[in-house]
Design a protein around this ligand. Structure first.
Ligand code: ATP
Length: 365
């Protein structure tokens, strides 16, 4: 099921003295293709949950429309939208067993949707199999691990065979190892069922690893939408460039003069054809540095960290905003850890320029 958001805006009345509205979501328009997993990504308070609540019908938009396929569902109550929702805190009924928790939404179906006991049991078993918890059906939630509880919550959301699955920070309460395992599980379930899924997270690594498409938000505004790799390689502004990537992008203050990029007064580090002379903010991805004794970017070496396949060279540079310049290079390349300086040449496609005032990307060819 394709989901289309059209000029979606949500304002909340503010309780402060000035009385200006809080614009949680501002004029959002985008299309979520049928059968895809979309990651809604942004820092805390950027409007992710509000967007999700409007899609499932728990919040009413101030302006705009929501379409499921060709149907305008903006006015439709949540129970008639065909959505399954999983929240961060699982929200399982503590006094019910796993089986009773999963069957609960089916017992409330009315009229033509009503199912026989056999049909309900069949659906429950199917959902339990999907998330691999058939062995746990008679336990209470308190007798399950966090990961198992989250699986039950997913099974409960899936049992009504929703057209759209909405997941609001579903991994936040899990420890690091379980997060990894459960996110792979969510991806598997999504692929197996082909259900259009919207996944809210503030964790860029999580969003990058499982999403077909990422939607990056900031302060209620859509920043960029696209495939994870495309957004990483080609961010439209400084915010998006900084938000994606581990280790984060290295930010420098620089200057373009005569088609060349300078990070210090006299030494050009890269040709940047077709860019007018100006001060710029420069982002260099950690994998964009090539150790090169003749390289024009000279940094003060702090330490070399061995990571197995790669090594991380930690250095400093006077024009760098980050406390350290972090570069990731192949472990086959030898860096003398005793040296006080390390020189690099740069991979042009890993160097991104941004307008110093607006943060908008400046492209060079
Ligand atoms: P988080 O990752 O912290 O959950 P989020 O990106 O999901 O954040 P939202 O919960 O959608 O953000 O909130 C967006 C903005 O709207 C925030 O500034 C929040 O304070 C505000 N907001 C949300 N609900 C209300 C409400 N009922 N009344 C007033 N303001 C609200």
């Amino acid at each position: 099921m394709k989901v289309v958001l059209q000029n979606l805006t949500k304002k909340f009345p503010n309780r402060n003295k000035k009385g200006t509205d809080v614009i949680a979501v501002n004029d959002f328009s985008f299309e979520i293709p049928d059968g895809k997993l979309v990651g809604l990504l942004g820092p805390s308070g950027c409007g992710k949950s509000t967007t999700l609540f409007m899609i499932c019908g728990l919040e009413e938009p101030t302006e705009g429309n929501i379409f499921f396929g060709e149907d305008n569902v903006t006015e439709l109550p949540p129970e008639h939208r065909g959505v399954g929702v999983v929240f961060q805190n699982y929200a399982l009924y503590p006094h019910l067993t796993v089986r009773q928790n999963i069957i609960f939404p089916l017992q409330n179906l009315k009229g033509a949707d009503k199912l026989s006991k056999e049909e309900m049991n069949e659906r429950v078993l199917e959902a339990a199999k999907l998330v691999q918890i058939e062995e746990l059906m008679e336990r209470k939630p308190s007798e399950l691990s966090g990961g198992q509880q989250q699986r039950v919550a997913i099974a409960r959301a899936m049992v009504k065979m929703p057209m759209v699955l909405l997941l609001d920070e579903p991994l936040s309460n899990l420890d690091a190892r379980l997060r990894l395992q459960t996110r792979e599980e969510i991806r598997r379930i999504q692929k197996e069922t082909g259900i259009t899924t919207i996944f809210v997270t503030h964790d860029q690594e999580e969003a990058m690893s499982i999403s077909d498409v990422i939607v990056v938000m900031k302060s209620g505004e859509l920043q960029q939408i696209g495939k994870p790799q495309d957004i990483y390689d080609d961010p439209v502004n400084l915010f998006v460039a900084k938000f994606l990537g581990t280790p984060p992008i290295n930010i420098f203050q620089g200057k373009v003069k005569g088609g060349k990029l300078y990070l210090t007064e006299n030494t050009a580090v890269l040709d940047v054809p077709n860019v007018a002379d100006q001060d710029v903010t420069v982002g260099i991805r950690p994998e964009g540095f090539i150790p090169d004794e003749h390289g024009s970017l000279s940094c003060n070496l702090v330490r070399v960290e061995v990571m197995g396949r790669d090594i991380s060279v930690v250095s400093t540079h006077p024009a760098c905003e980050n406390p350290n310049v972090r570069s990731i290079i192949d472990a086959d390349i030898e860096i003398d850890p005793e040296s006080t300086t390390v020189c690099f040449s740069l991979k042009p496609h890993k160097v991104l320029l941004f307008d110093k005032e607006t943060g908008k990307r400046i492209y060079f060819t």
